[in-house]
Write a protein that binds this ligand. Structure first.
Ligand SMILES: Cc1cc2nc3c(=O)[nH]c(=O)nc-3n(C[C@H](O)[C@H](O)[C@H](O)COP(=O)(O)O)c2cc1C
Ligand code: SF4
Length: 485
C-alpha cells in the first residue's frame, strides 16, 4: 500500500534547538504543573495514544504491553494516554479491549506498574474507541461470485431481468473493470476496489441506526472499568477514522437528529460525554481527542472544530486533545487481501506527517488550528486545557507553544517513541543526549501492518542484552534501551 506524500518532496530534518540548563528547565512553562479537572499533571508534557500491537489476540494486557508503558513512564512525562482500546466485547484482533469486566485485572496491573515506574509522577489516561466494520479488499472474482448482492440494477445492465443470480454473477465476472465501474453503484465499486466499509450514515443497517442508543452506555461502562482499574481519567476517541469522529463530520448526513447541522452532529458526542460523566462522577478526569480539521474534501473545517471545542468545554470536559486528518475517505487502495488504512492518504499525512514534506514541513502543522480553537474556547470564558501534537520534538518549540497561547499541554508521540527519556533528559539539563525522531515513519509502517511497533533508531541496538524482549521475528528489541540518568 503506497502512502501519500506531498509532491514537493522537500526533505526536512528535526532541529535540536537550544536545550535548557536544569535551572532554565525548572523555570520553564513546560515543566510546570497544570490541573486537568480533578487531576493534576506534574508537567505539561503528554504522550498521546499510540497503538503498539502488543495486546493478546483476545484483547488482554500482556507483559509486553506493560513493559512498553513502563518504558515511557521511566521518562516521567506529565501524562501518558494508553492506546485506543475497544469498548465493545467483540473479537477485535490484537487490539486492547475494555468491553467487559474481565479486562479490568490486566489493566489494573498495568496502571500499578506504570505508576511505580514513574515514581507516581505520570498521570495515566486510557483512550476509549469505537469503530465500524471494514473488510479486506476482496479478490475480484470472489467479490462478484459471492459477496456482491445481486440487484435489479445488475440485471438491467446485463439485459435479462429474469436471469438468475448466478447467471448475472457469471456475466459480471466477464466484464472489464471499466465497464464494472459503470454498472456497480459507488458503494459496490468501493467494496470491490477497497473492501466494504460501514459508515454512520448506513441507517438501513439496524446496528448502525441504533448507534446513538447504544454508544453512550458502551462508553460509560468502559469508563467505569477504567476508573476501577485505577486510571486517572479517560480520553474519548472522537478523532480520525472512527465512529465518533464520523458522527461529528460534515459528511454525516443522518436525518434522525444525529447528523446534518452542527447541533445534530455534536449531539451524540455530548450524550456520550454526559453518560460517561454520570457514570464516573466529577472526581475522575474525562476529556476527548478530536480533529482540528478532517483534511478531506467536504470534511469538517476548523470553524466547526472550534464550535465542537466550545461545546465540549461548556459541557464540562476536563481536557481537549487535538489531532488532524487520519481518515478512510482518502486512504490508498490496499492490496487484495489487505484492509484500507486511514493514514495512507493526504489526510493521513496530516495526522502523522513525515520528513518528506511540502515547504511548510512536518513540524507543528496543527499549531495554527490549535491556537484558533483555543482562542474560541477562551473567548467563551472556558479555561479547559488544550493538548496539541504533531511533529513536536525540541524544547524551544514546546516552550513557545505554551508561551504564545497555542496550547496548554504539549504532546510528543513519535518523539517519545524515539526517546522515551526525552522528558527526564531535558528536565535535568541533559537535552543534548536526546535521540531526536527523524519522522521517517518506519514505526507507522509497522503499525499499518499490525506488527509490533518499534523505532528504527534503537530497535537493533544491544540485541544481545539479556532479558530484552524481541519482536515475533526475533530481529528487533521491543523497548528502547535503558538510559542511565
Ligand atoms: C504507531 C502509532 C500509533 C498511533 N496510534 C494512535 C491511537 O491509538 N490513537 C490516536 O489518537 N492516535 C494515534 N496515533 C497518532 C499519534 O497519537 C499522534 O497524533 C501523531 O503521531 C502525531 O504526533 P507526533 O508527530 O508527535 O508523532 C498513532 C501514531 C503512531 C506513530
Ligand atoms: S521510527 Fe523512530 S525515528 Fe522514525 S518516525 Fe518513528 S519514532 Fe521517529
Amino acid at each position: 500500500m503506497s502512502t501519500w506524500r506531498p509532491p514537493e518532496r522537500i526533505r526536512h530534518a528535526p532541529a535540536a534547538g537550544r536545550w535548557p540548563t536544569p535551572a532554565e528547565a525548572a523555570r520553564a512553562r513546560l515543566f510546570s504543573p497544570i490541573a486537568l479537572g480533578p487531576t493534576r499533571l506534574a508537567q505539561r508534557t503528554w504522550v498521546p495514544a499510540m497503538v503498539p500491537w502488543r495486546a493478546s489476540s483476545d484483547g488482554f494486557v500482556t507483559p509486553n504491553v506493560i513493559e512498553w508503558y513502563e518504558r515511557f513512564a521511566r521518562g516521567r512525562p506529565g501524562a501518558i494516554v494508553l492506546e485506543a482500546t475497544g469498548i465493545r466485547d467483540v473479537p477485535s484482533g490484537p487490539l486492547l479491549r475494555i468491553g467487559d469486566d474481565r479486562f479490568i485485572a490486566g489493566l489494573r496491573e498495568l496502571v500499578g506498574r506504570v505508576r511505580a515506574a514513574s515514581g507516581g509522577q505520570t498521570r495515566l489516561f486510557i483512550q476509549l474507541i469505537d469503530f465500524l466494520a471494514i473488510r479486506r479488499r476482496p479478490d475480484p472474482r470472489r467479490f462478484l461470485q459471492e459477496f456482491l448482492q445481486i440487484t435489479d440494477r445488475h440485471r438491467a445492465a446485463c439485459g435479462a431481468q429474469s436471469a438468475s443470480d448466478s447467471e448475472v454473477r457469471a456475466w459480471l465476472s466477464q466484464r472489464p473493470h471499466a465497464e464494472l465501474a459503470e454498472i456497480l453503484t459507488p458503494r459496490e465499486l468501493e467494496a470491490l476496489e477497497y473492501g466494504q466499509r460501514e459508515r454512520v450514515t448506513d441507517v438501513n443497517l439496524p446496528h448502525i441506526e441504533e448507534l446513538p442508543r447504544r454508544l453512550p452506555a458502551l462508553f460509560a461502562d468502559a469508563a467505569r472499568r477504567a476508573r476501577s482499574a485505577g486510571f486517572d481519567g479517560v480520553e474519548l476517541h472522537y478523532a480520525h477514522a472512527y465512529t465518533m469522529a464520523s458522527f461529528l463530520s460534515r459528511l454525516n448526513t443522518r436525518s434522525d437528529g444525529y447528523g446534518g447541522g452542527i447541533e445534530g452532529r455534536l449531539r451524540l458526542a455530548l450524550e456520550v460525554y454526559r453518560r460517561v460523566r454520570t457514570e464516573v462522577g466529577a472526581d475522575f478526569a474525562v476529556g476527548c481527542r478530536f480533529l482540528a480539521e478532517e483534511c478531506i474534501p467536504g470534511g469538517t473545517p476548523l470553524e466547526d472544530a472550534a464550535a465542537f471545542g466550545c461545546a465540549f468545554a461548556r459541557a464540562g470536559m476536563n481536557f481537549l486533545s487535538l489531532s488532524r486528518g487520519g481518515k478512510f475517505d482518502d486512504a490508498a487502495q490496499p492490496k487484495i487481501g489487505a484492509a484500507a488504512y486511514p493514514y495512507t492518504g493526504r489526510s493521513g499525512y496530516e495526522c502523522m506527517p513525515s520528513y518528506y514534506s511540502d515547504a511548510r514541513g512536518p513540524f507543528g502543522r496543527n499549531l495554527e488550528p490549535a491556537a484558533y480553537i483555543r482562542r474560541a474556547i477562551r473567548a467563551e470564558g472556558h479555561a479547559t486545557p488544550l493538548v496539541v501534537a504533531g511533529g513536536i520534538h525540541n524544547f524551544e518549540q514546546a516552550e513557545e507553544i505554551l508561551a504564545d497561547g497555542t496550547a496548554d499541554v504539549v504532546g510528543f508521540a513519535r518523539q517519545a517513541l524515539a526517546d522515551p527519556d526525552w522528558f527526564i533528559k531535558v528536565r535535568s539539563g541533559r537535552g543534548a543526549e536526546v535521540r531526536l525522531c527523524l519522522y521517517t515513519n518506519y514505526c507507522e509502517a509497522l503499525d499499518q501492518r499490525h506488527r509490533e511497533v518499534t523505532c528504527e533508531l534503537w530497535d537493533r541496538e544491544h540485541l544481545d542484552e539479556p532479558g530484552s524482549a524481541r519482536s515475533a521475528d526475533g530481529k528487533r528489541r521491543l523497548i528502547a534501551p535503558q538510559w542511565t540518568p
